[in-house]
Design a protein. Sequence first.
Length: 379
Amino acid sequence: MTGTLNFAVPCLFGIEGLAADELKRMDMKNVRAENGRVLFDGTEADLARANICLATGERVTLLVGEARAETFDMLFEAVRAMEWERYLPKNAAFPVSGHALSSQLHSVPDCQKIIKKAISTRLTEKYKVERHPEDGAEYKVRFTIMNDVAAIAIDTSGAGLHKRGYRPVTADTAAVAAPLSETLAAAMVRVARYRGRGPLRDPFCGSGTIAIEAALAALNRAPGCNRKFTAESWPNLPAGIWRAAREAAKSREYHGDYDILGADIDPAAVDIANENARRAGVSQNVRFEVADARAFAPAEPSGIVVTNPPYGERVMEKSDAERLYREFGAATRGLKDWKIYLLSSHTEFERSFGRQAVKKRKLYNGMIKCDLFMYYSSR
């Protein structure tokens, strides 16, 4: 896989610019943000660096090609024309998955079959074999067909980049309501421009994701240092690129004392948050306590609040959420020099909270459309 490679990083809607900024700080080339993804150019070594260091992207994919695909014949010929032999070894296994939106080709199973057949045809021709054996390393092919344009890529990450490894799915963690994805929490911390200076508080901490991501940001710690990626098993990539990327990332870490505190009214959630912080290696950098957000009264004169309170998505819970917003708004009204970043999907949040936000930013928590409400001063 020599020469310049093209990459696509799928993102949650609303944070493409943040992911693009991260990639630019990594000195990636030709970075450009689009709806739902960020594109950049790079090398094999950049493939490893992006996977290990990127905090706000969902995964790193090798973009093999894009083409109009209004019919199955067009899709087949476009995929067959792509240089698959550059990416897939002679015996590569290549399962195909993807989705189609607002396109004439809308049957995902049929698109999978066509793409699979086109890749296999190309490889048998180029490797001069009768049949392409799939008994080697796995290269997951992902396709997106949107507005009749097909984008075909190879997933290099495996599990999504939000899978940092510190928040395993168990019966206990499943009990924590509306968990926030790690990538969205990291995005909220970056919007707040928190880098370890001053206090950071999350009064609705749940499983501790925001506080943990804040600690990782303060430490300048690459979120993927302690996990594995699909492309690490690829025989056509130098093994040394992963070791070099991890060593370089660790050499850039900071060391200091940080004032990061998460709180939740549920003792079970606080126990989970403490365990997650231990798994993330930041238990020395964050604290968690049982506390009621409605009585939020920090002793410090200034700081940052980044939080994700309950949304009240169910009808019976809506009035409870509004009351909680009202009481939390009253508790924070006297905080003159605190900045507050609060995520909610509630359409009447500002009315319930009692103040209009200085700024708002549209984000998505999974499939839930939200706003990040920003309050810089109550004066």
